[in-house]
Write a protein that binds this ligand. Structure first.
Ligand code: MCA
Ligand code: AMP
Length: 479
């Protein structure tokens, strides 16, 4: 992948420290040598759970440079969640930092070697030449929660990542003149691949924030040309006088993804800033699938048109043209890590990936997502599979059964709620329940409201009616 000239800035942190493309190549090649010295061979998995920092990007690129497979982990995962990733990915190395150091005993118990990001940065070895890889070789595995409660590792090849970065660069007209505000986490597709790979392949630069911060973003807008975010980023700007048309005068493109952007948010943002947000759609398994156009109508409430080289179809459309969204192209995963059954289930016989999203096409070919076949909650752009939480709640003493579902939320889009049925005579409180699941589930997965019921509503097939639970919870909150 060609990147910028050596003297050009690649990344600037909040304290003004600049990493040029020349610095980047040197640091990546040196970190790659450090990884090799730590025992990482081509094809090995490298797990990385560290706070967002430029070092995290160097380690991503160094892993790939060394021919290995990068496996980033959400820093909010608990040690007990990490235990599963250690056994499933069987990594040659786990990289931690001071914020995640408490995970070390779990790794040692699993006989996985640990290095800190500081140790790797301090290793003084000659740069490693890049290890040649084929397009179908793995570059990364990203874990996405599963409907069975177990996370699945989506395998991503070099070709998956490079083809998608090329398609997005072309579609969004990225070039060396671009300056991206990067305020997303870097353990997911959005911040790691969409934002970083598109910047790299364009020789562009980014203003790199440790986390989403409205004040910092307001200060950076005059130097930036573009921003990528989840809808919560933009709904938080609405009504804030710092984000007016003058503040956005230097920006050329505002991009949203990872969760539905309400048409009302689109309209209010355009009215306030003069920018029609460009919404796009993707998945961990497929990278980006569709995007609204750079030129031409950005239709609010739609996720736009298939990217160049990507085929999208609607399977088994009903009378209104609504059906399952299926995708084929160089962007799509070859499957789930060591999970041939799940892989087989996720593809049609003619090789289309089944997204689990429900959609329809308009007469111009724009895709709208109208629902989900999969049981998923998207909160502030984080995907949460109810099953994973239900498994934890159901295992608690005194619990008969539970159902976890999403409730609409003005800031995060959706938040997690739970309905719990206790065994006769059991006396579990909401606080006790939350305290007991805390060691097992990252904070963002904890239910924000819990209702104790005598029974869960079920249909005639015995399936829990989550739509009914959602209605009951909304009505209870209104009273
Ligand atoms: C933080 N908290 C959350 C979330 N974020 N709870 C539920 N959902 C969330 N998303 C909780 C924290 O645990 C904490 O809890 C409290 O909220 C405040 O934390 P803080 O970090 O201050 O939160 P924030 O700054 O308000 O963060 C909201 C956020 C952030 C900026 C929306 O969640 C974020 O950056 N989301 C982006 C996620 C993302 O990159 N998704 C892309 C996935 P307490 O204080 O009670 O302990 S990739 C993808 O989906 C596909 C492939 C695609 O198409 O891109
Ligand atoms: P992930 O599991 O993180 O890969 O998230 C993928 C899912 O996020 C998709 O299957 C969609 O349900 C959802 N998603 C991503 N982008 C959008 C969008 N622009 N609008 C609605 N849903 C989206």
């Amino acid at each position: 992948m060609n990147t910028g000239e050596a003297s050009q800035p690649f990344l600037t942190t909040s304290d003004g420290t600049v990493t040029t493309y020349g610095d980047l190549r040197d640091r990546v090649a040196r970190r790659a040598a450090a990884l090799r010295a730590a025992g990482v061979a081509p094809g090995d998995r490298v797990l990385c759970q560290i706070a967002k920092s430029p070092e995290g990007l160097y380690l991503y690129l160094a892993t790939v440079w060394a021919g290995a497979v990068f496996v980033p982990l959400n820093t909010a995962y608990t040690a007990s969640e990490l235990e599963y990733f250690l056994s499933d990915a069987a990594p040659a190395l786990l990289i931690l930092d001071e914020t995640t150091a408490s995970a070390r005993p779990k790794a040692e118990a699993a006989k996985v070697k640990v290095a800190t990001s500081a140790d790797l940065a301090a290793t003084d070895l000659p740069p490693l030449p890049p290890v040649a890889r084929k397009p179908d070789d793995l570059a990364a595995i990203l874990y996405t929660s599963g409907t069975t409660g177990r996370s699945k590792g989506a395998m991503l090849t070099h070709d998956n990542l490079v083809s998608n970065a090329r398609a997005l660069k072309e579609c969004w007209r990225f070039g060396p003149q671009d300056v991206l505000i990067h305020a997303l986490p870097i353990f997911h597709t959005h911040g790691l691949f969409v934002a970083t790979n598109v910047t790299l392949i364009s020789g562009a630069q980014m203003l790199f924030l440790p986390a989403f911060d409205l004040t910092a973003i307001a200060n950076l807008l005059p130097q930036a040309t573009t921003i990528m975010g989840v809808p919560t980023f933009y709904s938080r700007m609405i009504g804030d006088p710092r984000f007016d048309k003058a503040a956005f005068a230097h920006m050329r493109l505002v991009i949203s993804g990872s969760a539905p952007l309400l048409a009302d948010t689109h309209a209010a943002f355009a009215e306030q800033t003069g920018h029609a947000i460009l919404e796009r759609y993707g998945m961990t398994e497929t990278n980006m699938i569709t995007s609204n156009p750079y030129d031409g109508a950005r239709k609010a409430g739609t996720v736009g048109l298939p990217l160049p080289g990507v085929q999208v179809r609607i399977a088994k459309p009903d009378a209104a043209g609504i059906g399952g969204i299926e995708v084929k192209g160089p962007n799509v995963t070859p499957g789930y890590w060591q999970n041939p059954d799940k892989t087989a289930e996720s593809f049609t016989p003619d090789g289309f990936f089944i997204t689990g999203d429900l959609g329809q096409l308009d007469e111009a070919g724009y895709v709208s997502i109208v629902g989900r076949e999969k049981d998923l909650v998207i909160s502030g752009g984080f995907n949460i599979y109810p099953k994973e939480i239900e498994v934890q709640i159901d295992a608690l003493p005194g619990v008969n059964e539970s159902a976890v579902f999403g409730l609409p939320h003005p800031d995060l889009g959706e938040v997690v709620a739970a309905a719990v049925v206790l065994n006769p005579g059991a006396t579990l409180t909401e606080a006790e329940l939350l305290a007991m699941i805390a060691p097992h589930l990252a904070r963002f997965k904890h239910p924000r409201s819990i209702r104790f019921l005598d029974a869960l509503p079920r249909n005639t097939m015995g399936k829990v009616q989550k739509a009914e639970l959602r209605k009951m919870a909304i009505m209870a909150a209104a009273n």
